[in-house]
Write a protein that binds this ligand. Structure first.
Ligand SMILES: Cc1cc2nc3c(=O)[nH]c(=O)nc-3n(C[C@H](O)[C@H](O)[C@H](O)COP(=O)(O)OP(=O)(O)OC[C@H]3O[C@@H](n4cnc5c(N)ncnc54)[C@H](O)[C@@H]3O)c2cc1C
Ligand SMILES: *[C@@H]1O[C@H](CO)[C@@H](O)[C@H](O)[C@H]1NC(C)=O
Ligand SMILES: *[C@@H]1O[C@H](CO)[C@@H](O)[C@H](O)[C@H]1NC(C)=O
Ligand SMILES: *[C@@H]1O[C@H](CO)[C@@H](O)[C@H](O)[C@H]1NC(C)=O
Ligand SMILES: *[C@@H]1O[C@H](CO)[C@@H](O)[C@H](O)[C@H]1NC(C)=O
Ligand SMILES: *[C@@H]1O[C@H](CO)[C@@H](O)[C@H](O)[C@H]1NC(C)=O
Length: 534
């Protein structure tokens, strides 16, 4: 079926209002490929989408979370195995805003009302944050900026990467969803100039690789402003082997009762999962012999599910939920003399060993448009933890504290980056944004006493926000081994941002999609990967 007619069928089968329907059609260019919908089913029976060839409920792999890592993982594994993906969110077509740049900016202004494609949460640090709640995960609600990991990430990750496979996996992602011919608008190109004038060199032109200096990188948004999120990687799955169930919230992993008895000496072995539809009705799915559960529920969802399943401090897994980290974002906003300037998505980044600087223009607030410069620090070194807020209900977001700037190196890096932004403001590239020869800030301005370091540190602490690159909770070497198996239990792996000890590169999604694409290819060394029963 041609993608466009399939889309119309889908729209009619869901309860869209007319306005949304027009939006989808107007904003979905022809190259948005929905073939994957053949394998997508809504657990709330009355909206059953596509046709199911599945009579049984046993799978080689059950992936929890159809997100940024989960979608490419499902695509890869479905090549040779039967795969079930359980995703708590809905198909992206029920959230037309996720497909467009304008939708990204307007969603940032919205509140989470339980139906939005994102879920809001506030860490114990008091910083508002969000995570994806839609098939495609956070890649459907993010800024789309795409840049590969740095060498340090690979060196320090605790994983023995086969770099030729890593390269191939990145390329596979890039040929599927990444736009590599960005057109720079006035803000992006001017800030590129400002970075170079301020000495963030060399000029690395366009590159998807992590390189010290200033570069333009890829984006999930194409030249028409259409997003190509991780969900589209499902188009490259063997759809006959894949079943994706949406609005299916996994409540817990089910373990073999003979191995969970206190007297048992063998490792607990996962046999399936229990999940709920949006009406609260409970369902189960099971593993075939030698099958595996793979948690791809993200850095909040994966440790939460392990804890809810009894895998935590109480069962000799003290590090589940530990080593949580979020790279702080510090930002300044310059009031633009031209209040008609359009929102501007990040396409340019300045890269230094101590900080990354990314330009962006958010949607105007009232009649004021400001151009922003956002700074991220690598790492970070400061860590916190996650713990359950409710010991039975997965819908209640766990508590999480990131302890921003606990480590003094993080703070000094922030200061270095903000001082560099201060130097950017002095460049000629900024002149066009002055009002009567002066730059005006909306929100906090940079400290004006350069020799008072305390003022700069205080600026970093008081203006801290999130870059949404939080990670950890199931870190390699702490909770999972170098093959991503949860240590001390059988048949459960974790493949998502919760396994990272540092945020890869300037922005993580490239590496999360790469990780999913690798599938188990990299990690089966020495392990007998014999035929799964079918
Ligand atoms: C606003 C925002 C802007 C960002 N901008 C960028 C950017 O420009 N570039 C970049 O590289 N990165 C960006 N990021 C970060 C990046 O998007 C995330 O780091 C990445 O998508 C996380 O991938 P993941 O696979 O670990 O988790 P996710 O993609 O979040 O996937 C987890 C999935 O699991 C599902 N799930 C969770 N719990 C359950 C459950 N119990 N049962 C069933 N399903 C469940 C969720 O609904 C979700 O679909 C941004 C993030 C946000 C929020
Ligand atoms: C699928 O199996 C074939 C044949 O054994 C193998 O060459 C290929 O690498 C496998 N694919 C994946 C993704 O494991
Ligand atoms: C202001 O920005 C708009 C939108 O980018 C552009 O069309 C217009 O030419 C700009 N005006 C001036 C005076 O630069
Ligand atoms: C915004 O509108 C208010 C009231 O209409 C006006 O006083 C103010 O000058 C405007 N600001 C800008 C930047 O245009
Ligand atoms: C946990 O969630 C359940 C179900 O939503 C609720 O009944 C219970 O009161 C909650 N417990 C706590 C401690 O909040
Ligand atoms: C700037 O800070 C330094 C160091 O704290 C201080 O000695 C100096 O007086 C300050 N200058 C101004 C103008 O406040």
């Amino acid at each position: 079926m041609a993608p466009i007619s399939l889309l119309v069928v889908l729209l009619m089968s869901c309860s869209f209002n007319h306005h949304q329907l027009q939006l989808v059609l107007a904003n979905n260019p022809f190259d948005q490929d929905f073939s994957y919908m053949k394998s997508v089913h809504n657990i709330n029976g009355e909206e059953e989408i596509g046709s199911s060839n599945y009579n049984n409920n046993y799978y080689d792999y059950i992936i929890i979370g159809g997100g940024t890592a989960g979608c490419p993982l499902a695509a890869t594994l479905s090549e040779n195995y039967s795969v079930l993906v359980l995703e708590r969110g809905n198909a992206p077509q029920s959230h037309p805003t996720v497909f467009t740049l304008a939708g990204f900016f307007s969603d940032l202004q919205k509140q989470d009302d339980g139906t939005t494609p994102f879920q809001s949460f506030t860490s114990k640090d008091g910083v508002g944050n969000r995570r994806g709640r839609v098939l495609g995960g956070s890649s459907m609600i993010n800024g789309g900026f795409y840049s590969r990991a740095d060498d340090e990430f690979f060196a320090k990750s605790g994983v023995e990467w086969e770099m030729d496979l890593v390269e191939k996996a990145y390329e596979w992602v890039e040929e599927s969803v990444v736009s590599t011919h960005p057109r720079l608008d006035v803000w992006q190109s001017s800030m590129r100039e400002a970075l170079l004038e301020a000495g963030v060199g060399p000029d690395n032109g366009f590159s998807l690789n992590h390189k010290v200096g200033t570069k333009t990188s890829g984006s999930l948004f194409d030249q028409f402003g259409t997003r190509h999120g991780a969900v589209q990687l499902l188009n490259r799955a063997n759809l006959d082997n894949l079943r994706v169930v949406v609005q299916a919230t996994v409540d817990r992993i089910i373990f073999d009762s003979t191995t969970t008895e206190p007297s048992s000496s063998s490792k607990p072995s996962a046999i399936g999962v229990k999940y709920s539809d949006s009406k609260g009705k409970s369902h189960k799915a099971f593993l075939r012999r030698k099958g595996e559960i793979i948690l791809s529920a993200g850095a909040i969802g994966s440790p939460q599910l392990l804890l809810l399943s009894g895998i935590g401090p109480q069962s000799q897994h003290p590090n589940v939920g530990k080593f949580m980290a979020d790279n702080p974002m510090n930002i300044i906003n310059i009031l633009l003399p031209n209040s008609s300037m359009e929102p501007s998505i990040t396409k340019v980044v300045g890269i230094n060993d101590n900080y990354f600087i990314e330009p962006v223009i958010f949607q105007p607030q009232l009649n004021m448009t400001s151009g922003s410069l956002a700074e991220k620090i690598p790492g970070p070194l400061s860590i916190g933890s996650l713990w359950l807020a409710n010991s039975t209900d997965v819908k209640v977001t766990p508590n999480v504290r990131f302890n921003y700037f606990d480590n003094p190196i993080d703070l000094s890096r922030c200061v270095m980056g903000m001082r560099k932004i201060g130097e950017m403001l002095e460049t000629e590239a900024m002149n066009q944004f002055k009002h009567n020869g002066e730059l005006l800030f909306s929100g906090p301005s940079l400290p004006n006493n350069n020799s008072n370091n305390w003022e700069w540190e205080s600026f970093c602490r008081t203006t801290v926000g999130t870059f949404y690159h939080y990670h950890g909770g199931c870190v390699v070497g702490k909770v999972v081994d170098g093959d991503f198996n949860v240590m001390g239990i059988k048949s459960v792996r974790v493949v998502d941002g919760s396994t990272f000890n540092i945020s890869p590169g300037t922005n993580p999604q490239a590496t999360l999609m790469m990780l999913g694409t690798l599938g188990l290819r990299c990690w089966e060394k020495g392990q007998e990967n014999d035929e799964l029963a079918s």
